[in-house]
Design a protein around this ligand. Structure first.
Ligand code: ATP
Length: 363
């Protein structure tokens, strides 16, 4: 296993002129030895480019890649000792499941007894022990992809295992099981795992650290909890969560006291007393999960108008408007909500509220 450090930029164009010519803008990343990471972001943000640079399929146009301090920028995937799992199964149909799993070990001349033990361990982890003697050809697409996952995980001496959207072909129910399984496997095998996905649920269940990317930039590297509680950038606030964070404009005076939020003068709640805000225009960010209903005129509460109420089964989604802005609040299913057009008070300021300027988190 290896610590992987990137200090690079990449453009697919021969003479890049502007930011939009870069698939990856200048970035520094440090992937710790034995960590479980996800690269998460919308299509085209540069996830696969970053993964291919780590695997050695792509040489960055600028900068370096270090594995345990060794410069591998121009080294091939074989030289880097990387295992990879792609979107679609890469297996031998004519071989049995056991032979497929054993293949990467046989190639490296691992002793037979060790191969048998490791294949048995991986098959058990992936719940494939009963299929070991079956030919891969007879298996379904998602069973074949499970073999690919196993082949990626079978070698214990790899620098890292890189996954590129590996659950794309997997049936939704099995997908749910497998992303938990992969997390478990990580804890048991302690391999360095790097996992590309555009699916936040996949990233947040699998990874200990998530790299959120947008337009060739790393917007935040953080734990799932940090991305939810303290998004470093409004993009992360929007992108993580379903629905994403609410944002409304605010203004603070020279002493850092809030003057108004969404055009309303609010009494600051005690939870905000410790938070020093710089004077001037700000944006208040609050998750739908923290936008609680409150009493009229309560400290930190905004007077809003109900625009929509949706019953989501395990919760209700309240959509409200305030001064031309829309807010979403997730409310318990048993709470009686006022009808559309009625006034409702929502607790915008509290311990979980974040403050932004120029899209960056301030406090
Ligand atoms: N071989 C290539 N030649 C030229 N441009 C490329 C090439 N591969 C990717 N790009 C461009 O680089 C940018 C980043 O692409 P990349 O595939 O890394 O993003 P991604 O986040 O993995 O997206 P997706 O999930 O759609 O694969 C995009 O603008 C894409 O069009």
């Amino acid at each position: 296993m290896a610590r992987i450090q990137l200090d690079l930029a990449h453009s697919y164009r021969p003479h890049p002129q502007q930011d939009s010519d870069y698939a990856l803008l200048p970035l520094k990343m440090d992937f710790e030895d034995g960590g479980a990471y996800a690269l998460l972001g919308p299509s085209g943000c540069g996830k696969t480019t970053m993964l291919n640079i780590m695997s050695g399929l792509l040489v960055p146009s600028h900068g370096t890649v270090l594995f345990d301090g060794r410069d591998v920028t121009r080294a091939t995937p074989q030289d880097r000792n990387i295992a990879q799992v792609f979107q679609f199964p890469v297996i031998y149909d004519t071989m049995t499941v056991a032979e497929n799993l054993a293949f990467p070990l046989k190639n490296r001349k691992v002793p037979a007894a060790q191969i048998q033990a490791r294949v048995g361990q991986i098959a058990e982890m992936l719940e494939m022990s009963h299929q070991l003697d079956m030919r891969a050809a007879g298996l379904s697409a998602d069973q074949k992809q499970k073999i690919s996952l196993g082949r990626g995980l079978v070698r214990s001496d790899v620098a890292a295992v890189l996954f590129d959207e590996p659950l794309t072909v997997i049936d939704p129910h099995l997908k749910w099981q497998l992303r938990r399984k992969l997390k478990q496997i990580h804890h048991e095998l302690k391999l360095t795992l790097i996992y590309v996905t555009h699916d936040q649920v996949e990233a947040l269940t699998f990874a200990d650290q998530v790299v959120v990317m947008s337009r060739g930039k790393v917007m935040q590297l953080g734990t799932p909890d940090a991305l939810f509680e303290r998004p470093a950038h409004t993009f992360v606030g929007h992108f993580i969560g379903s629905p994403g964070m609410n944002f409304v404009p605010a203004e603070a005076d020279a002493s850092g006291a809030l003057l108004q939020v969404a055009g309303q003068r609010l009494v600051p709640p005690p939870a905000l007393a410790e938070r020093a805000l710089p004077a001037g225009a700000l944006r208040v960010g609050v998750r739908p999960e923290y936008l609680a209903l409150s009493a009229a005129g309560a400290p930190g509460a905004l007077q809003c108008s109900v625009a929509q109420v949706q019953d989501l089964g395990t919760s209700q989604m309240l959509t409200a408007t305030v001064g031309g802005h829309t807010l979403k609040a997730r409310v318990a299913p048993d709470v009686e909500l006022p009808p559309v057009g009625a006034t409702v008070w929502l607790q915008a300021l509290g311990a979980h509220t974040c403050f932004y300027r120029n899209e960056e988190l301030l406090a």
